[in-house]
Write a protein that binds this ligand. Structure first.
Ligand code: FES
Ligand SMILES: [Fe+2]
Length: 529
């Protein structure tokens, strides 16, 4: 990581004059970037990477006549289908069953090929009559079986059994048309990734291009807290939110402890946040956060934030005296978010939080408790973001800069992301015409904030805790009845028995609420926080 901190001169240029723009609202924070080499910083090993750490002191409030965030027809174009996409953490995939996932609007099935000991990603449609293979099973020979008519496929997508085909008839199963489309896939940083193109020319794409390498995720001296959640807002809003530290004291008030300013201007303790973009190109951007360190957006999916001197996301520990510690002794932590485009209005967050201290936390605290805390954090701004996205869609995402007023440096990363999106990536995810462009209807709040289908069913830790606690609730209810029954039948120790019955009954009621709030729905009312 220290290699990443090599200084270089920033190529950033911030215009210094204020002028009228053609927009209704003045534009601020319009970074103008000098041409930079299109280095693939995010895909190099640490020793090859360089960061730009010079912080500009240029006057800040600027506006230029040109809409900086509009698409640049001269710029290199980002190909959304020429990148690896994370699908799920391996620890959250059951090897015994196929799993349905949607990524980039593509329906895929992820399954464990026991014969080759590797995860496979197929198009989730049987070549026979398009039934979803994810509803199928893995048979005792390790083949993926479509459960509609029993066709079976090996890890290469070849059909090797059609039950209805007579053994002495034509070898229909060897037909090319009987094969399933196979996506290239790999496991990297304990996550299954896939390449969203089934063209055979990409079969060995992993030899030419790997998913981004993140040193902390491969460092055995770090522990990492991982998980995933499906979210009812789109990829763009998800990335923006994760790159926006200024919202934390407000949207997550009472949940996430943040560094408090010396002089508090309000109860929540918001303060100026010095963010700046140091380099932006087709591969994303590198930014600096004065208080905490570097941030990176590694296009299209990764938001990386160094949080070493910061309050921990989960337990509020503030790490002091970092500057006097030897680098080898420094407590380090990063927030790494994999933001997966699912479909318009839907995204998936996979988080990985590596840290080289507090190793006990993953040994002592059950994973479902850690997930419960993360889910509260995600819930507390979920509804805001769901509605915000609708407003953006109403005005059109290309008009984002016209509608939003972003006058302070704390929005620099959000503006940087929008700039990348508009300049290189066509202004939005390329769904290849699979969607009309409108968002799905907004479901009721309780459904939006649902945790069960968006997380628990996909998380073995939460799922087993959910089942175990439900069983305990039933046991407590039975125990309560049993104590009453014993008291009535024996007439001995009646008070003790009744007290025990009450304790069990109250315990079961408390557990019922605990289960509901942690595994189904936990509303968050900002007004009364
Ligand atoms: S649809 Fe899959 S076997 Fe018929
Ligand atoms: Fe979980």
């Amino acid at each position: 990581m220290e290699g990443l901190r090599t200084s270089s001169v920033s190529s950033i240029h911030i215009p210094t004059s204020i002028s009228k723009t053609q927009f209704n609202k003045p534009k601020f924070l319009n970074f103008q970037f000098n041409p930079v080499p299109t280095a693939t910083f995010s895909r190099k090993t640490p020793s090859q990477s360089k960061l730009f750490t010079t912080i500009s002191s240029s006057p800040y409030f600027v506006s230029t006549p040109e809409p900086e965030l509009e698409a640049d027809s001269q710029a290199e174009k980002f190909d959304w289908y020429a990148h690896w996409y994370p699908v799920m953490p391996v620890c959250d995939l059951d090897k015994r069953a196929p799993h349905a996932k949607k990524v980039m609007g593509l329906d895929i099935v992820v399954w464990w090929d026991n014969n080759e000991s590797s995860w496979r990603v197929f198009n989730d449609a049987c070549p026979h009559r398009l039934a979803p293979l994810s509803e199928g099973r893995i048979d005792r020979w390790g083949r993926l079986q479509c459960v509609y008519h029993g066709w079976c496929f090996n890890g290469s997508g070849h059909c090797n059994f059609i039950p209805q085909a007579p053994p002495d008839g034509p070898p229909v199963s060897t037909s090319k048309k009987a094969c399933v489309a196979v996506y290239p896939s790999t496991v990297h940083h304990d996550i299954v990734w896939f390449w969203p193109n089934t063209d055979p020319q990409y079969k060995d794409i992993i030899l030419k291009k790997q998913p981004p390498f993140i040193p902390e995720l491969d460092d055995p001296s770090y522990i990492k807290i991982t998980g995933s959640r499906d979210l009812p807002y789109g990829y763009e809003v998800l990335i923006e939110n994760l790159m926006d530290p200024a919202h934390v004291p407000y949207a997550h008030y009472g949940i996430m402890k943040t560094r408090q300013p010396k002089v508090k201007a309000d109860r929540e303790g918001g303060e100026p946040v010095e963010l700046s973009i140091k380099k932006l190109d087709i591969d994303g951007f590198i930014g600096n956060q004065v208080q905490f360190g570097i941030n990176k957006f590694i296009a299209p999916c990764i938001s990386y934030a160094d949080r070493s001197p910061v309050v921990s996301l989960f337990n509020g520990f503030f790490i002091k005296n970092l500057s006097v510690q030897k680098p080898s002794m420094q407590r380090r932590e990063a927030l790494i978010f994999f933001c997966v485009p699912v479909s318009p209005g839907n995204s998936r967050l996979i988080w990985a939080i590596p840290k080289n201290y507090g190793v006990w936390i993953t040994k002592v605290v059950p994973r479902f408790i850690l997930h419960s805390v993360t889910n509260i954090v995600l819930d507390s701004d979920l509804y805001l973001l769901h509605l915000e996205e609708r407003k953006i869609m109403e005005i059109g995402s290309s008009n984002w800069q016209k509608a939003c007023f972003v006058p302070v440096k704390s929005d620099a990363f959000v503006v940087g992301f929008r700039k990348w999106l508009n300049k290189y990536a066509g202004g939005q995810v390329d769904w290849r015409g699979n969607y009309s462009g409108t968002l799905p209807p907004a479901p009721p709040r309780e459904q939006l904030l649902d945790r069960y289908w968006s997380h628990v069913v996909n998380c073995p830790s939460c799922n087993s805790a959910y089942k175990g606690l439900n069983a305990l609730e039933v046991i407590l209810q039975f125990a309560s009845l049993a104590f009453i029954g014993i008291a009535g039948a024996t007439k001995h120790n009646v008070y003790t028995m009744v007290a025990m019955a009450v304790v069990c009954f109250v315990g079961s009621k408390w557990l019922d609420q605990f289960i509901y709030k942690n595994f189904h729905y936990h509303d968050y009312d900002h007004a009364f926080r």
